[in-house]
Design a protein around this ligand. Structure first.
Ligand code: NAP
Length: 484
């Protein structure tokens, strides 16, 4: 396959929180990989900004260490790293004070694209927006990138949107959900809307149900303080799982354009029914396998915060009438796995005399590990012995079809940052989308809080509480296994 990497326009990217975990693990190594791939123009500059008193050399040493830790050895040529570091600057800036802002204002070039990545705690987003504006750094080519969480509930999301709107136009605001930057998520749109094959079947008449799973093996250790105030619903469902649900359920946009796509996603969120208490299971992992339980990880004596949630959701529109969408996400589960499975109905009549439900056709979109897709079809089991049916995966390996380069998939952050520079908002959440997602989430949380619902204890290394399995069993369905 011929590489088709086109360098982006010259830019200044200011990474607020440039010394933090996300910047060091994802943003800076991702930018280096784009440089390595030839996508970064010679005039591009990356400006780290945080309170730590560092000079350019000190910050470059930090970035070098981050590249050495987080970039694959095959891409770590010393000359390339040195050349990349030439693009790096640092300014010590306090989001809540005046220190450093004049220096930053003098450094950022008003005549090239300049993007400000808010990789700091959400309580600083408003301060940054105000100071960028007050110091006149926000020219017409300015963009801001806002990390998650975007609000804690509808009221706080609205307040944050209002603060940002005082200083920036919606076309300048890039709210990140890194799930949208994953190759397979975009491939999902290509498969749905670039083929005639799937779309006619993509509805309640042919789809039995859809499963969306985001399973993690890690616990909440390290971020227990934040997590205990949030829980799986706010941390994962309101944003990541909701975005995946939107892409699966939305109508075809009239073209692949940011607002056309986001308009359709918004309609899905607005069509979501409230979830009945019987259709929702919350869980909290206990200790086991030599690992601490949730309470210890979160540093709490008692807590009703869920580290697991499973639910049945309905999208109330013509296309999906009565088609359940089962969502689940949790920590300390058997494997790290994110996938969407579209489970099709059985043929209306089996000429092979098979009586049992086979649900033989399943399209699986794997987000991690090994991004890819897999279509399960029913075939005849080879060999003598009559017409016995068996389900096999139809191979859709990108690497085989497109060459080994295709297996070298850019990380979600790399792609999203390049989209910011290109000015393409398709894979970023619009303000009204985020608010609509909270408007659906808030009453659900209020409802279980009001009922005094307590999360069910589950053992680490499994698939969550038993009640989660029951959600599907009672309807003659079952979750796909959580395994890598
Ligand atoms: P972190 O490791 O705590 O880093 C915070 C950064 O903010 C540091 O660089 C810190 O540097 C800087 N900072 C703190 N107070 C500041 C101030 N008053 N003025 C200027 N800079 C200040 O946090 P993180 O994990 O990188 O997360 C950053 C953002 O990304 C958060 O919104 C988080 O929710 C989001 N996020 C993170 C991850 C992840 O995997 N880490 C994943 C998804 C979303 P100084 O102390 O030097 O000022």
């Amino acid at each position: 396959m011929v590489s088709r990497i086109i360098p982006v326009d010259p830019f200044d990217l200011v990474v607020f929180g440039g010394t933090g975990d996300l910047a060091q693990r994802k943003i800076l190594p991702g930018l280096y990989r784009r440089f390595w791939a030839g996508q970064m123009p010679a005039e591009a500059r990356i400006i780290g900004a945080a309170r730590s008193e560092l000079d350019d050399a000190g910050y470059r040493a930090m970035v070098r260490a981050a590249i050495e830790e987080h970039v694959a050895p095959a891409k770590r040529e010393p000359e390339q790293i040195d050349a990349f570091l030439e693009h790096i600057r640092y300014v010590a800036v306090d989001a809540r004070g005046e220190g450093g802002w004049k220096e930053l204002a003098a450094l950022v070039r008003p005549d090239v694209i300049h993007a400000f990545y808010f990789s700091v705690g959400p309580s600083l987003f408003g301060d940054l927006a105000e100071r960028i504006h007050a110091h006149g750094i926000a020219g017409p080519h300015c963009r801001i990138v806002v990390e998650k969480p975007f609000g804690h509930d509808l009221a706080s999301a609205k307040a944050l949107n209002a603060t940002l709107a005082q200083h920036f136009d919606e076309t300048q605001i890039y709210r990140i959900d890194h799930y949208l930057g994953k190759e397979t998520v975009q491939n999902l749109m290509a498969v749905r809307f670039g083929n005639i094959l799937f779309e006619p079947l993509w509805n309640a008449q042919y789809v039995d149900h859809i499963q969306i799973t985001v399973a993690e093996t890690v616990g909440v250790g390290g971020r227990g303080d934040y997590y205990d105030k949030s829980g799986a619903m706010r941390d994962m469902v309101q944003n990541h799982l909701m975005q995946l649900l939107c892409l699966i359920a939305m109508e075809p946009p009239h073209r692949f354009d940011p607002d056309a796509v986001r308009d359709e996603k918004l309609k899905v969120i607005r069509a979501l029914d409230p979830v009945e208490p019987a259709d929702l299971v919350r869980g909290q992992y206990g200790p086991g396998d030599g690992l601490a339980g949730y309470l210890e990880d979160a540093g709490q004596d008692e807590s009703d915060t869920e580290s697991f949630i499973a639910m049945k959701v309905h999208v109330s529109n013509w296309r999906w009438k009565n088609t359940p969408f089962y969502l689940r996400t949790g920590k300390r589960l058997r494997a790290r796995k994110s996938e969407i499975a579209v489970v099709f109905k059985d043929p209306p009549h089996s000429i092979f005399g098979e009586q049992e439900d086979r649900r033989g056709n399943v399209l699986v979109i794997r987000l991690q590990p090994n991004e890819g897709m897999n279509l399960r079809v029913t075939i005849k089991e080879p060999g003598p012995g009559g017409m016995r049916l068996v389900e096999v995966p139809l191979d859709m390996s990108f690497a085989d079809a497109l060459g080994p380069e295709a297996a070298d998939i850019p990380d979600a952050y790399e792609r999203l940052i390049m989209d910011v520079i290109r000015g393409n908002q398709t894979l970023f959440m619009r303000g009204d989308e985020v608010e609509a997602a909270w408007a659906w989430t808030d009453p659900l949380i209020a409802s279980w809080t009001g009922r005094g619902d307590r999360p069910k204890r589950y053992d680490p290394g499994g698939a969550g509480p038993e009640e989660s399995a029951m959600l599907l069993h009672r309807e003659g369905r079952r979750w796909r296994e959580i395994k890598e």
